[in-house]
Ligand binder design. Sequence first.
Ligand SMILES: C[S@@+](CC[C@H](N)C(=O)[O-])C[C@H]1O[C@@H](n2cnc3c(N)ncnc32)[C@H](O)[C@@H]1O
Length: 173
Amino acid sequence: MTTPAQARSFDAAAAVYAANRPSYPPALLDAVEELAGLRLAGSRVADVGAGTGLGTALLRARGARVTAVEPGDGMAAQLRRTLPGVPLVRGDGDRLPLRSGSCDLVTYAQAWHWTDPERSVPEARRVLRPGGALALWWNDSDATVPWVAAQDARLRHFFGAEETAAAQDGGGP
Ligand SMILES: C[S@@+](CC[C@H](N)C(=O)[O-])C[C@H]1O[C@@H](n2cnc3c(N)ncnc32)[C@H](O)[C@@H]1O
């Protein structure tokens, strides 16, 4: 369960996010095209929770006609600076400010978890044309890479995840 304050927490760090957040590999967009059964070139795409525009920029580079949807003031301002030519509408995935049937594809790059699926699923269905697709993706760390595994262990230790897991194990029947 996320709170509105958590969902807006990106805004204060939008410039740092834009400077440091890694983008996504080309293979991701290849997979989107394959799984959604469409070519991005010429497709009408809503990139929801667009943030600073990492996913938006990649979709646009493939020739998609992208509209960015972003609720946060700071992230939206950063996207306007980064991608001044991209249409940006303010709103969120639970109440999409888009016409019914107006999209071939709706994407959420690391943003779907901020929505309420009871609302965001019907909203995505509403704005998609029949046969359109919803694509959701997240970065995940690859624990087979030694330095990634070591960092994950440090983070778990720092945030007390081991203690929480041990307490939960001890609390069961
Ligand atoms: C981790 S960032 C991802 C930004 C961008 N898509 C990317 O790939 O870098 C999550 C974004 O979701 C936005 N967000 C928060 N609540 C949302 C909601 N209910 N619907 C859509 N986006 C939301 C935040 O403002 C933020 O820009």
